[in-house]
Structure formats: C-alpha cells, structure tokens
Write a new protein. Structure first.
Lengths: 161, 183, 128
C-alpha cells in the first residue's frame, strides 16, 4: 500500500501525537467526564490507522508482525477478566474492592461517601477502562491491518496495490 | 429548551440519507450517505444529553467508513443491469408498510415522549456517586453496577473480530506469490 | 409518539434494504441502518423534558443543590439529569454493531474474491 502526498505526511507527523494524547486522556478520565474505554480505544486505533494510511505499508513492515494486534487484543481481554476475578478478594465476582467498604452499605448517608472527583477515587473503574481501551484499540487496528495491510487490494483493472 | 423541531429535522435527515444510501448506483456514494446518517445520529445523541454515546458514535462511524470503503473498491453496483424482480420488491414494500402500521397501533400504549417512568434509572442515578465514586453515571453503571454485561460485550467483540481474522487469513489453497511476500 | 414512529420508519427502510436488495453491500448498509434505528429508539425512551443535561455530576451542581446534605444533593442530581440506563445499554450496542459490520464486510470481500461479483442472484446461479 502506497503512502500519501507530502502535505498529508507533514500534517500527520505534526498532529498524530496530539491525537494519541487525546485518546489516552479520554480513556483515563472516563469516569470524570464523557468518554470511557470504548471511545478512547477507538480513537487510539484511529491514530495508528492514520499513521499507516499516510506513510504506507513500508512504515509498518518492520515494526509490527502479523500477530501483534491479535496478542494485544487477547492481553486486554484477559486483563479485564483478571480484574473481574480479583473482585473475589472483596467477596463477590466483579466487586469494587478498591472503594471504601462503608460505601457499599444500603442507606446512603453522610457517613459512607466515597467520591471526591479525583482520578483515583473510583475503585476498579480506572483499571477496567484501561483494559478495555487496550482491547478495543488492538482489535480495531487488527481488523484494519488484516483488511488492508497484509492483503493486497485488487482494483477493477486487476492491478494489485 | 424545546428540542422538538431540531429533533424532527435531524431524524428526517437520517431517513433521507438512508433512502439515498440504499438506492444509489455508485457504491461509494452509498457508503458515504450511510456515514452521513451516522453523523446525524451522533448530533441527535448530543441533543438528547448522551455525551458518551455521541463520541462513540462518531469514531465508530469513521472506522465503519474505512472498513466499507476497503470492501467496495470495485465501486460499481452491477445489479441494476438486469431486470428487477417486481414481486419481491412489492412484497417487501407491503411488509414494511404493515410493520409501520402495527407499530403505530402498538405505540399507543407507551408513555409519551419525554416522560419516562425510570423505575430502575432513578436508584442508579441517586446512588452512583456514593457507591462507586464516579461522577459519570454511565461509566459507573457499565463498569460497576452492570460490569457483567460489559464482560459479555467484550466477549462478543472478541469473537466477531476473530471471525474476521479467520475469514481473511492467508492459509492457502493455491500457491501464489502472496505467501512469499510475508515471510 | 411521533419521534418513536419516525424511528420505526427508519427501521422499515433498513429492513427493506436487507430483504429486497441484491447487492451484498446494500445488505450491509441495510443492517447498519437497522442498528441506527434501534439505538435511536432506545435513546428516545430515556429523554426527559425536565432535565437540563447529561448524567455527569459536577461540583457546581453540588453547590446549586442548596444544602450540604448528601442525600439532598444526590436527589437534586437525579432530578436534573436524563436517564442514564438506556445510555449504558446503547454504548454496548454501538460497539457490537461495529464488530458485526466488520465481520459482514470480511464475508463480502471473501465472496467477491471467490465469485467475482457482489450480486447474490449471480452467486446462486454459479453454485461454486
């Protein structure tokens, strides 16, 4: 697959770092502002797809193997399952064991307030968002790679590119 | 603020783009029209107060556009060259009209638009911040109160993408030059 | 009732495309339209006229609640936000729809490579 023109390549090399940072921000702050693991993961996949589209197949030939997106996908899914099973430490499957135990009590009173609007104040939600972000980014980039990078496209005239 | 007018305009825009998408002869135009419908849906989500969904819908639309453009690189819809099957098309239209009529009759029993009952939604909204520590109620619901559903969804995505990998891999039936290029 | 009915009209357009079109790409487009229609219907069920915003709580909202009691603040937030439960369901549904579109496109590409066409009537005749 060929790359694109000089304008596209220059703008991509300037902008792709900001897109990556934005994707990471949306994954990490998913419990404080709109976003979360799914939106951030898809944005990260879009960033890598932009790099591959702008610079061509030679850019990724040495960098990623054919199995790399598949392995990161499985790693993200297993990490999510591991966090869910770690809830047994608190007593149930998927239990939020990092939040103070008083806040799980049934009546909501002033004594069992858990939140204070900070990054680490919401228990297992942050690690879960990170795991889902890794998983979704890897699987969507893997679908794009297997469609367009590892498989030559035949246009109508029969040429391969 | 009354959003009814903007809502009706946007839903009308979505229906128009959907009709253009399914009747266009050029496949690339059809794919771009359905992406316009998706963008309209994202603006509707923004109007109705669903900010997480608007972000996810826009970026998912971009990925679907890339995947479909890769699939339609041949670009020409050749099914219009032969005679259309009139009975099939007429039967389809009759069925769709019956669907709309049945739903119009059935929706008389729904609560009016804008006044939901929220028997399950109210306890979630009241208790999310205290029990999970997350100000974003949607994130608290999908990852704490209903985390098992999110695990099921991760599994479904995983299986769908593995299916796409299996369909598109190179395990060859005939030897050709593609195998040598990837060693 | 009118917004719900318009969402069902969109669903009917998608069902017509899946059932009556001979090109595989139009069938995939029809399934995407059906999925948009269902998500639209679900989110229309969750909207409230009396709500002022998304279900995301801010410290400014806490100050505007008027009292320092925790229960009062939570009730104030629940009164001014739209229903959050349909949004959680639709988030799942949108991402699964993307996986389904990718799988259908992969099938369409393989079929095109084998038969040389996207037309299902031609494929039925060729019987490869």
């Amino acid at each position: 697959m060929r790359g694109m023109t000089l304008i596209v390549r220059t703008v991509t090399s300037l902008v792709s770092a900001f897109i990556l940072l934005y994707g990471i921000y949306i994954v990490l702050y998913g419990h404080l502002s709109p976003g979360g693991g799914f939106a951030g993961g898809v944005i990260l996949a879009c960033c890598v797809i932009l790099l591959v589209l702008a610079f061509g197949k030679k850019f990724v030939d040495g960098l990623i193997s054919e199995r790399a997106p598949y392995l990161w996908d499985c790693l993200g899914a297993l990490l999510f399952l591991a966090i869910a099973l770690a809830g047994y430490y608190g007593g149930q499957f998927f239990y939020n064991f990092l939040v103070a135990p008083e806040s799980h009590a049934a009546p909501v009173t002033a004594a069992n307030v858990a939140g204070n609007y900070r990054l680490f104040s919401s228990g297992i939600i942050l690690p879960c968002n990170i795991a889902i972000g890794i998983k979704v980014a890897a699987c969507l980039f893997g679908v794009f790679a297997v469609l367009a990078v590892f498989r030559p496209m035949k246009t109508q005239e029969g040429e391969t590119r | 603020m009354d959003i009814s007018l903007a809502l009706y305009l946007l839903i009308g825009f979505m229906i128009a783009s959907a009709l253009i998408a399914i009747e266009a002869r050029d496949l690339l135009s059809a794919v771009v029209s359905v992406s316009a419908a998706g963008a309209g849906l994202s603006i509707i989500f923004l109007l109705l107060g669903a900010l997480d969904l608007a972000i996810v819908q826009v970026v998912v639309e971009v990925i679907s556009l890339i995947v479909l453009i890769r699939a339609t690189v041949t670009r020409k819809d050749t099914t219009y060259d032969s005679r259309p099957n009139t009975f099939a098309v007429a039967g389809g239209l009759v069925f769709c009209a019956l669907l709309c009529a049945a739903c119009y009759w059935a929706f008389g029993g729904l609560v009016p638009f804008g006044t939901p009952k929220m028997t399950m939604g109210m306890p979630y909204l009241v208790n999310t911040f205290q029990r999970t520590g997350a100000p974003n109620a949607v994130a608290g619901i999908i990852l704490d109160f209903r985390g098992y559903d999110t695990l099921g969804e991760a599994t479904v995505i995983f299986v769908a993408i593995i299916g796409a990998y299996v369909l598109l891999r190179h395990v060859g039936r005939k030897p050709d030059a593609r195998h040598d290029a990837h060693r | 009732m009118i917004p719900y009915f318009l969402a069902i009209v969109l669903l009917a357009v998608g069902v017509y495309a899946i059932a009556c079109k001979r090109n595989l790409i139009k069938v995939i487009i029809g399934s995407m339209i059906c999925e948009y229609a269902v998500n639209l219907f679900l989110i229309l069920m969750g909207y409230r006229w009396t709500a002022t915003g998304a279900p995301i709580r801010t410290p400014a909202m806490d100050k505007a609640a008027g009292s320092a009691d925790v229960v009062q603040r939570a009730q104030h937030f629940a009164n001014i936000s739209v229903d959050a439960l349909p949004q959680a369901l639709i988030l799942t549904s949108i991402v699964i729809g993307l996986g389904m579109t990718a799988l259908l496109a992969a099938m369409a590409i393989r079929l095109h490579e084998k038969y040389g066409t996207f037309d299902v009537a031609e494929m039925r005749k060729l019987q490869g």
